[in-house]
Design a protein. Structure first.
Length: 233
C-alpha cells in the first residue's frame, strides 16, 4: 500500500552550480533531533518528486536551505543511500537514483510474497477487537488523502501496514516490509503528481481490508492486498 506513507515539510534543494535545478525556500529545522528532521524532510521531498531523479544535490546547499550545517544533511543522505534512494558521489554530493516501471513492479511482487501469507495467517488468528482498534490508522490515511497531502499519506499508509504486520510479532518482518514499502513510494521520473482522487481510492482499500480481516474472508483479504500493491502510490 502506498504511497504511499503515506509528515515533514516538502523541499526542493539543489546543488549551487550553473544550470543546476533551483531550490525553493524550506522551513528552518529545529535544533533538537536535527538529523531525524532533515531525514524526514528529505524523505518527503522524495515522495513528492521534488528531489529529482538523476539530479545531484550537495550537503552544504541542502544545509543552507534547512538552516543547519552540512553534517546532519550528509548523515541523512547517507541513510538514504543505505535505503537505495541516492548514491554518494565523492566531492560532489548525492545523486537521486532513477526508478523504472520494472523496479516498481518487482517491489510490488516482493511485497506481496512477504505480506500476503502473513495477513492470511493473521486473518485466521487475530481477534475482531484487535482489528477494530486499527480503524484509527485507516482513518488517518483517509484524512491525509482527502487533504491531498502526499507525504502525509505516505507516512499514514506505512503506519497502517506497520500496525497490521506488528501483530505477527516479528520485528524483522516489520523492518523489511517497511523498507520495501518506503521504496515503493518513490515516484517514477517525470511522473505526474498523484491525484487526490487516486489517494482517496487507495485509502479506501485500507478500510475494505480491515472489513475483510474482521470477517475472516481470506479470498478477499488476498485479493485486496495484491491489488493494493499492484496500484501502490
Amino acid at each position: 500500500m502506498h504511497a504511499a506513507d503515506h509528515s515533514a515539510a516538502s523541499t526542493n534543494p539543489s546543488i549551487p552550480a550553473q544550470n543546476a535545478p533551483s531550490a525553493p525556500s524550506a522551513p528552518k529545522v529545529l535544533r533538537h533531533s536535527v538529523r531525524a528532521q532533515v531525514l524526514d524532510a528529505l524523505r518527503a521531498a522524495l515522495v513528492e518528486g521534488e528531489l529529482a531523479p538523476g539530479e545531484i544535490y550537495s550537503g552544504p546547499a541542502l544545509g543552507e536551505r534547512f538552516g543547519v550545517s552540512a553534517t546532519p544533511v550528509r548523515e541523512a543522505m547517507q541513510q538514504l543511500a543505505l535505503e537505495g534512494a541516492v548514491e554518494c558521489l565523492p566531492n560532489r554530493g548525492f545523486r537521486v537514483l532513477t526508478r523504472t516501471p520494472r523496479s516498481l513492479a518487482e517491489l510490488a511482487e516482493v511485497r506481496a510474497l512477504l505480506e500476503v501469507p502473513v495477513m492470511l495467517r493473521l486473518a485466521r488468528t487475530v481477534a475482531v477487537e484487535t482489528w477494530e482498534s486499527l480503524r484509527s490508522r485507516a482513518l488517518a490515511t483517509a484524512e491525509a488523502a482527502a487533504a491531498g497531502d502526499l507525504p502525509g499519506y505516505a507516512a499514514a499508509d506505512r503506519a497502517f501496514h506497520r500496525a497490521v504486520l506488528s501483530l505477527a510479532d516479528n520485528a524483522e518482518l516489520v523492518r523489511l516490509a517497511e523498507e520495501l514499502h518506503r521504496r515503493a513510494q518513490w515516484p517514477l521520473p517525470g511522473a505526474p503528481r498523484v491525484r487526490r482522487a487516486d489517494l482517496v481510492a487507495d485509502a479506501a482499500e485500507h478500510s475494505a481490508l480491515l472489513e475483510a480481516l474482521i470477517a475472516g474472508d481470506l479470498p478477499v483479504v488476498e485479493s485486496l492486498v495484491r491489488e493494493h500493491f499492484a496500484g501502490a502510490r
